[in-house]
Design a protein around this ligand. Sequence first.
Ligand SMILES: Nc1ncnc2c1ncn2[C@@H]1O[C@H](COP(=O)(O)OP(=O)(O)OP(=O)(O)O)[C@@H](O)[C@H]1O
Length: 219
Amino acid sequence: MNTIIKIKQVTVRFKRKNALEKIDCQINRGEVVGLVGPNGAGKTTLMKTILGFIPISAGEIAHQQIKMASLIEQPGLYPFMTGMEHLKMLAEKQTTQVEIDRLIHLLDLTDFINQKTKEYSLGMKQRLGIAIGLLNNPDLIILDEPMNGLDPYSVKLLKKAILTYSETGTSFLISSHILSELKQIVNRVLLMKAGHLVENVVHPELLEDFEDGLLAKLA
Ligand SMILES: Nc1ncnc2c1ncn2[C@@H]1O[C@H](COP(=O)(O)OP(=O)(O)OP(=O)(O)O)[C@@H](O)[C@H]1O
């Protein structure tokens, strides 16, 4: 298995509190990893630390030269630019119009892609944000609560996009409060509580059987 990032004994300390406590985990190429835990568990801190936005207090994050993308909170969009203008502006040289059109189709952005983003609903912004994240074929994309505020159709599109891209080698780290929300798409689930990784569920197809026990661990 091709590991693209390895988190070794990572601790993050904010003032007097450890938000992450000796976290050990890894993400493999093409893997969809869920990160589940209650409020304050440390999910966002772990994601921001992997992205290099938060300094590590102890431990190490090792990775090869990989391209990372993220969607944490709401996407930063320019209100007076259209969705298409965003995609064209942010596309790297090697990203073709065919790839842009594929993303527009996959996330069903066609009807509003030429509208200014100030006219977008929350769900439309989120779908465009995910398209932007996937735009330049990152090795790893980190999505913090991407299903928050999405209607069932948008959730379905997002899940399809995740599965499509993971099949061609993109890895995903996706956080959620809700274990069941991730069931159909993840290869593995990391459970976090109070800054600790409490479980690494390698057979998410068994989540159903163990869900009550796992939820009890998070309570
Ligand atoms: N910049 C910061 N300064 C001080 N403490 C922080 C900071 N950011 C996060 N924390 C603390 O670190 C802990 C983990 O927070 P984090 O946002 O990572 O949790 P989370 O699992 O993403 O929670 P939620 O599901 O509510 O988003 C919390 O106790 C939080 O108060």
